[in-house]
Ligand binder design. Sequence first.
Ligand code: NDP
Length: 344
Amino acid sequence: MPNRTNHKIVLASRPEGAPQPSKFRLEQSPAPEPRDGQVLLRTLWLSLDPYMRGRMSAARSYAKPVEVGEPMVGGTVNEVVASKHPDFKPGDVVLGYAGWQDYAVSDGAGLRKLDARRAPVSTALGVLGMPGMTAYTGLLTIGQPKGGETVAVAAATGPVGSLVGQIAKIKGCRAVGIAGGQDKCRYLAEEFGFDAAVDHRSKNFPDELRQACPKGIDVYFENVGGAVWDAVFPLLNDFARIPVCGLIAQYNMTELPAGPDRTPQLFRQVLTKRLTIRGFIVRDFADQAEAFGRDVSAWLKQGKIKYKEDVVEGLENAPQAFLGLLQGKNFGKLLIRVVRQVEG
Ligand code: NDP
């Protein structure tokens, strides 16, 4: 077995508020050896996703935090480089969860073989992967968009938001995208086919959103919370549905914002407008994986949906790229291409 070095990025300490680069540390150690029934995986692609901010914190959540000193977790596309497992051979490319490192061993549980002839393997981390399935299941199951309705979504050039808007179009809705900056807004209209795009950084954002939604909002797919939610809230129509998918504007929050308690106002609107607000985690809809794969693959093939990737080269650049994601610096599905020569 050749001597292989495993570079890994570990959680150095837990952040309070917005994380700094010092919260991560690059380490190296010999790559692990696969035992009987195991494979050795080399990471080709690492997905960077907003949920990783939650894993850096010890606060109670729907998933366990990363321990200090341990590699950051994350979805990956891997090549099998050595196998003592009957179902995998060197050269196989699989979807895995190897985290922020070059190498990992696996007993095969949860690995899914990928076929590069069907779709670029990186899409298994984006439009054909977890973010895509989040958009598909949250929008269709909770949002239940009907032809002629208005569907609004923020973080709209990201892998979740861009698919929400494009599926809304397929369902005959008016799709309104909210994004940070003119470039992203232009892309929403010109490439993703949204009917309107509104920049949440504009000082007239609430007015511009109102103009973009002349018939109000029937489905608001909540990805961000904060000021965007404040602007959306008065525009919600009777019987509007709000799949609560993510609240990225709050992920670095250390205390509640100052000001009056607005819960009574929220509940009054929930009652009088008969709003449906439902949070979800994509794995709640695991039984829809087959329908998602079938529909979204077909829409891609038919040219009805597009996707955008933002590729950063090199594992060592993952911390900076991830911090940028929390500030809207990514433009499309954020991926690290982890390309290293196998040593030895
Ligand atoms: P994106 O690639 O869209 O990246 C996050 C984007 O959020 C940024 O690019 C930025 O876009 C926007 N953003 C960041 N901070 C703010 C802010 N303060 N106000 C408004 N927008 C902000 O991410 P994903 O598509 O991967 O994820 C989108 C959302 O879906 C996230 O909240 C994520 O946590 C959630 N999610 C939930 C899942 C679930 O199971 N419930 C599964 C997967 C994702 P811009 O510059 O356009 O503002």
